[in-house]
Design a protein around this ligand. Structure first.
Ligand SMILES: Cc1cc2nc3c(=O)[nH]c(=O)nc-3n(C[C@H](O)[C@H](O)[C@H](O)COP(=O)(O)O)c2cc1C
Length: 296
């Protein structure tokens, strides 16, 4: 029988977050700025709403409510799988949206969705390449739609097809990072898609290696298991440009809709600022990774 305690990537990821300790640096520290500059826009926080989908199960109009909450917090809102009408409703909230398209087997669907997202005025667009396979070594089928893996050449075609920043979500290796840079993508999401495979390396554990390859050429986003401003701080210190939060938003979204989402982002951003102030980190681009210690 499978031992969930040791194989579940979400538990391993939580353990890794908790194994990282922070030293304090008070002298010369100032009130920090949490401003994020991304693709020509300014946001009040590097905490973004993750590429979620099907939130009607959580609350009526859940996807739109989440976007409204992100708008109220002046935060980036990602959007996952969904119909064109839904994306139109989400973008009409005024929130800046990053649309993530599934790795549909039929690339024409992908090109069409990129074009539609562009018409909706999204900030950026991308693909979650980690959703190509199911756990049995076959291609996945998501709600009746067949998926396939994408080659470097195909990713180059997606990048070339639009003047929007194109992002690859689901990077968890140096190899894929190098391929993404070669393809000309304008952002990557270091993620294991909330545990799509057991024993996936925690995003923060591999992040410094990925950051060193990327060398600040493109933004690096991180998600999976972020539940506090402290988690966000650790991700930023280890090389993330910004961080997405997904499942932590479900409860506030279901209880209070947009306002619950906004309050959660604001609270986590305040926690982040609290740690930045105590580590002499004046802004999100100047967090010294040497404040991080490993517990053991
Ligand atoms: C309900 C739900 C729906 C999701 N739908 C998508 C999706 O359509 N596309 C995608 O790239 N990721 C999707 N994800 C994955 C999230 O974007 C994110 O990678 C993952 O949840 C890890 O973040 P978290 O631990 O903060 O939840 C979904 C996650 C959840 C919980």
């Amino acid at each position: 029988m499978e031992n969930l305690r040791t194989s579940d990537s979400n538990i391993i990821t939580r353990d890794y977050f908790d194994s990282l300790l922070i030293e304090m640096r008070h002298i010369d520290s100032i009130i920090p700025s949490t401003t994020l500059e991304l693709y020509g826009e300014r946001f009040d926080t590097p905490i973004m709403m993750a590429a979620l989908s099907h939130l009607n199960k959580v609350r009526e109009n859940g996807m739109v409510e989440m976007a409204k909450g992100a708008f109220l917090a002046n935060a980036v809102n990602w959007a996952g799988m969904g119909e064109e009408e839904e994306l139109e409703e989400i973008t009409s909230t005024g929130a800046k949206i990053i649309k993530i398209i599934k790795p549909y087997a039929d690339n024409q669907i992908i090109f069409k969705k990129i074009e539609h997202a562009k018409k909706c005025g999204v900030l950026a667009v991308g693909i979650d390449v980690d959703h190509a396979f199911s756990g049995n070594g076959k291609y996945d089928n998501v709600l009746g739609h067949p998926m396939t893996s994408k080659s470097l050449d195909e990713i180059k075609e997606f990048v070339k097809s639009t003047n929007l920043p194109f992002i690859i979500k689901g990077v968890l290796s140096e190899q894929d990072t190098i391929k993404c840079l070669e393809a000309g993508v304008r952002g990557i999401v270091v993620s294991h898609h909330h545990g799509i495979m057991n024993y996936a390396v925690p995003p923060l554990r591999i992040l410094p290696k990925i950051a060193s390859i990327v060398n600040k050429h493109i933004p690096i986003f991180v998600d999976c298991g972020v539940v506090s401003g402290m988690d966000v701080f650790k991700a930023l210190a280890l090389g993330a440009s910004a961080v997405s939060a997904g499942r932590i938003i479900m409860d506030p979204l279901s209880r209070e809709g947009a306002n619950g989402v906004k309050e959660t982002i604001v609270k986590m951003t305040e926690e982040l600022a609290g740690v930045m102030a105590r580590t002499c980190s004046p802004d999100i681009n100047h967090i010294d990774s040497s404040v991080i210690w490993n517990r053991d």
